[in-house]
Ligand binder design. Structure first.
Ligand code: KG4
Ligand code: ZN
Length: 400
């Protein structure tokens, strides 16, 4: 092992509809310079397969993860071209991994074939998402990581998907495959906006999270997806809806009616997005949706979401005086929301630094899991491959 000098971490992500594997090499500790490079990275998005259901269908996600994980893992290792340490005798652990992968027979078969033909490469640990997410989907990645951890005798790290989003947003990318941890002042205020979560999180120090606001119903990304569906767009709706909103702004098209800004003026840091979806449904139900009306509605919806997200973030900033604002999760790919937040910070003369991820890394990926895994491995916070379980409702670090 190359602890303290440099560590190689394999990240595995299967919490929703992206199957992803990423191998990184990282060094340094928070407080000094932390740098990393991506050695291999593979991702398969199942979005097109789920589109017919208008959302993620958990059993289909599970099947697809099980089918694609080993090929993605193999391609990640091929890309990394690591020297191989030694061949392992598969018969020694075959029975154990057969039990672990009992419910993923196809994955088991592929993994055993892989292990028979590939020597153990120099990797220091395996980091896998153990929640939150869809449990059937999470289990596939977890069982794969448990089996590999046993087969190759590598430590296992359980990663909270939400922490992965946050830490990735805190990285400064110097190229698509190299980055460093941004130097930033605490407290950090994070706006976490994804398909399943909308939260405001305060960190007084690195790796410690306190939730100070959250959605009471739909998440921001969920609202984008549902409204996109009402507007007749495909899944996932966020990027498509954002594209229509941009087109509406370029063509100067506005909606006839104004949508609500739920909870925006309430004296708290919580969100609610389900009313927005209902309001769009009522408008759409009234009369046929012309192209102009669709564009106007997309723009008004995006404006409403941006108003609420920016309003609550600024309220939290006032209340907690954060020095750094981090935005993470799939919806942070949205350029309009980013721009609106940057404008609000500038208008308020707020000295806080704004950290956003590169748009292509805002949505789910395994780099974020490998990175979060690195910080836990540094602290030797390992999981037991015999007992690690999926936790669909895992919260972002219990209040500490
Ligand atoms: O973080 P993520 O990939 O998955 C979860 O952890 O949930 O986020 C996915 C969500 C989807 O709801 C998708 O529609 C939304 O992020 N999204 C966007 C954009 N790109 C992705 N929403 C608004 N604008 C975008 N450009
Ligand atoms: Zn996510």
């Amino acid at each position: 092992m190359r602890y303290n000098l440099c560590m190689r971490i394999l990240g595995v992500e299967t919490s929703c509809d992206e199957t992803a594997v990423c191998l990184i090499e990282a060094q340094g500790r928070p407080g000094s310079t932390v740098s990393f490079s991506v050695l291999g990275n593979s991702l398969f998005s199942q979005a097109a397969l789920h589109a017919q259901y208008g959302g993620v269908f958990p059993n289909l996600a599970k099947r697809e993860h099980a089918k694609n994980l080993v090929p993605l893992f193999a391609s990640t290792l091929r890309e990394a071209r690591l020297s191989q340490e030694h061949y392992t005798d598969v018969s020694l652990y075959q029975e154990t991994i057969r039990q672990i992968l009992e419910r993923e027979p196809e994955l088991l078969q592929q993994l055993i074939a892989f292990l028979q033909t590939h020597a153990r490469p120099e990797i220091d640990c395996i980091a896998v998402t153990h929640g939150p997410g869809l449990e059937p989907a999470l289990w596939v990645g977890i069982n794969f990581a448990r089996a590999l951890s046993i087969a190759w005798d590598m430590p296992l790290v359980a990663v909270n998907h939400l922490e992965g989003h946050i830490l990735l947003s805190m990285m400064e990318m110097h190229s698509p495959s190299r980055g460093t941890l941004s130097t930033c002042e605490f407290p950090i205020l994070t706006l976490l906006i994804s398909g399943g979560h909308t939260e405001l999180v305060l960190s007084e120090q690195f790796g410690v999270y306190r939730r100070i606001g959250e959605t009471r119903d739909d998440a921001a990304g969920e609202a984008f997806d549902k409204v996109a569906r009402l507007l007749g767009l495909g899944y996932p709706g966020g990027p498509e809806l954002a594209r229509l909103a941009r087109e509406a702004r370029e063509k100067n098209i506005a909606a006839d009616s104004t949508l609500p800004r739920p909870m925006m003026r309430e004296d708290n840091l919580d969100f609610s997005f389900s009313g927005l979806k209902t309001a769009v449904r009522n408008i759409v139900g009234e009369e046929p949706l012309t192209e102009e009306k669709r564009l106007g509605l997309a723009r008004e919806f995006e404006d409403a979401v941006a108003d609420v997200l920016v309003g609550k973030t600024m309220r939290a900033l006032e209340e907690y005086g954060a020095q750094t604002i981090v935005v993470g999760g799939g919806v942070s790919a949205n350029t309009h929301i980013r721009a609106r937040l940057a404008e609000a910070l500038a208008a308020a003369g707020a000295p806080a630094r704004l950290l956003v991820p590169p748009p292509e890394l805002a949505t789910d990926n395994a780099l974020m899991i490998a990175l979060a895994g690195y910080f836990h491995a540094l602290n030797e916070e390992y999981a037991d491959p015999a007992t690690l379980t999926a936790q669909g409702n895992l919260k972002l670090a219990p209040l500490r």
